[in-house]
Design a protein around this ligand. Structure first.
Ligand SMILES: *[C@@H]1O[C@H](CO)[C@@H](O)[C@H](O)[C@H]1NC(C)=O
Ligand SMILES: *[C@@H]1O[C@H](CO)[C@@H](O)[C@H](O)[C@H]1NC(C)=O
Ligand SMILES: *[C@@H]1O[C@H](CO)[C@@H](O)[C@H](O)[C@H]1NC(C)=O
Ligand SMILES: *[C@@H]1O[C@H](CO)[C@@H](O)[C@H](O)[C@H]1NC(C)=O
Length: 401
């Protein structure tokens, strides 16, 4: 073939490529020396190479690529390509070389390819969450948590989470969350939550001093205004007012305030002492393992409105044996509006004898009452409290002590 012809053929080949783009299988132009004809031969498919050009009598002959070689498109070359990809450090073979594909490598789990290196996926810091998880090719995409969402961890996986909706769980919002912290709901972290003792005997005993003897319309607001530290927000105060009877409102408010200010030194001390009290009560009553009949008699012997049989059954299911009495007493207190549980219990102890009540349990109950009395009498705290609360509230309260 002279040079001119060769050049012309190359030119033709290019122009034919344009015109034969649509045909299948793809074709190429071949000069057949035997017949001196220009032939349109089939190209070889992926996975093969060209063995013989077509002739007027037969089609193109293609042969499979040998091991370690591949071709990934229709072509006219008389050889396949060598599988030349070598996996780098921190990469693994995602797909071994085969006749149609070069070897494929991918960064190990948790890494992505940046130029030549498998780098670790970025972790989103607290306050921001993952909006697009990293892939072997792409780094993690983080975004600051929007309003109503938070992330309290450094993570390459975790998206921002929605703030807990306290009201859905029937709980009060104690502290509004931000980008880093979840909402804190009342009773959320209490061990008593499952059983559902809202205000415990010890809290009642401790907070009772703040219950006014006469409820004026704005007494709760006066208390809110005068408590030191972080103020209980108006929304929570409204919710407490809507849900609870007047005495219970005091307990709920102080409980909320206690939660909100638990990092202040004075409140820390109060919490410690209430915990100590809870432990003592638990020690006295924790072993009480009462039957339904026993619990029923105890409820019958309390004055005022009775706790219903149904509620005793529910309590036995929901609460551990040592908590059942305490839960039932709190149900009794709520049912009877502004009653003092200790007084109710003293009344009950006088009448329990007629019910064949286990003696060990009556003794434990007596001890508990005595202990709580001494705890309530712990005026030092009350004085401390009043000092914190200040003069305005003192003038309302001091006569009640
Ligand atoms: C060859 O590898 C590719 C991916 O790398 C895959 O899609 C294809 O199925 C493989 N072919 C055979 C015959 O295994
Ligand atoms: C993050 O918040 C959740 C939900 O409030 C909590 O359970 C978890 O302990 C918190 N983790 C850290 C590290 O503070
Ligand atoms: C919480 O849930 C209540 C009741 O399902 C709903 O009315 C309220 O809008 C929710 N609050 C937020 C902040 O999502
Ligand atoms: C409580 O008493 C019941 C029956 O009187 C008994 O089956 C149960 O094991 C006891 N539980 C504990 C914790 O003592």
């Amino acid at each position: 073939m002279n040079q001119w012809l060769c050049c012309a053929l190359v030119f033709l080949d290019i122009s034919i490529k344009w015109t034969t783009q649509e045909t299948f299988p793809p074709k190429y132009l071949h000069y057949d020396p035997e017949t001196s004809h220009q032939l349109m031969c089939d190209k070889c498919p992926p996975g093969t190479y060209l063995k013989q050009h077509c002739t007027t009598r037969r089609k193109t002959v293609c042969t499979p690529c040998p091991d370690h070689y591949y071709s990934d498109r229709w072509h006219t070359s008389d050889e396949c390509l060598y599988c030349n990809t070598i996996c780098k450090e921190l990469q693994y073979v995602k797909q071994e070389c085969n006749r149609t594909h070069n070897r494929m490598c991918e960064c190990e789990e948790g890494r992505y390819l940046e130029v030549e290196f498998c780098l670790r996926h970025r972790s989103c810091p607290p306050g921001s969450g993952v909006v697009q998880a990293g892939t072997p090719e792409r780094n993690t995409v983080c975004k600051r948590c929007p309003d109503g969402f938070f992330s309290n961890e450094t993570s390459s996986k975790a998206p921002c989470r929605k703030h807990t909706n306290c009201s859905v769980f029937g709980l009060l919002l104690i502290q509004k969350g931000n980008a880093i912290h979840d909402n804190i709901c009342s009773g959320n972290s209490e061990s008593t939550q499952k059983c559902g003792i809202d205000v415990t005997l010890c809290e009642e005993a401790f907070f009772r001093f703040a219950v006014p003897t006469k409820f004026t319309p704005n007494w709760l607001s006066v208390l809110v205004d005068n408590l030191p530290g972080t103020r209980v927000n108006a929304e929570s105060v409204e919710r407490i007012k809507r849900r609870h009877s007047s005495q219970e409102q005091t307990f709920q408010l102080l409980k909320l305030w206690k939660h909100q200010n638990k990092d202040q030194d004075t409140v820390k001390k109060i919490i410690q002492d209430i915990d100590l009290c809870e432990n003592t009560v638990q020690r006295h009553l924790g072993h009480a393992n009462l039957t339904f009949e026993h619990l029923h008699s105890l409820m019958e012997s309390l004055p005022g409105k009775k706790v219903e049989t149904e509620d005793i059954e529910k309590t036995m299911k929901a609460c551990k044996s040592g908590e059942q009495i305490l839960k039932l007493l709190s149900l009794w207190r709520m049912k009877n509006g502004d009653q003092d549980t200790l007084k109710g219990l003293m009344h009950a102890l006088k009448h329990l004898k007629t019910y064949h009540f286990p003696k060990t349990v009556t003794q434990s109950l007596r001890k508990t009452v005595r202990f709580l009395h001494s705890f309530t009498m712990y005026r030092l705290y009350q004085k401390l409290f009043l000092e914190m609360i200040g003069n305005q509230f003192q003038s309302v309260k001091i006569s009640c002590l």
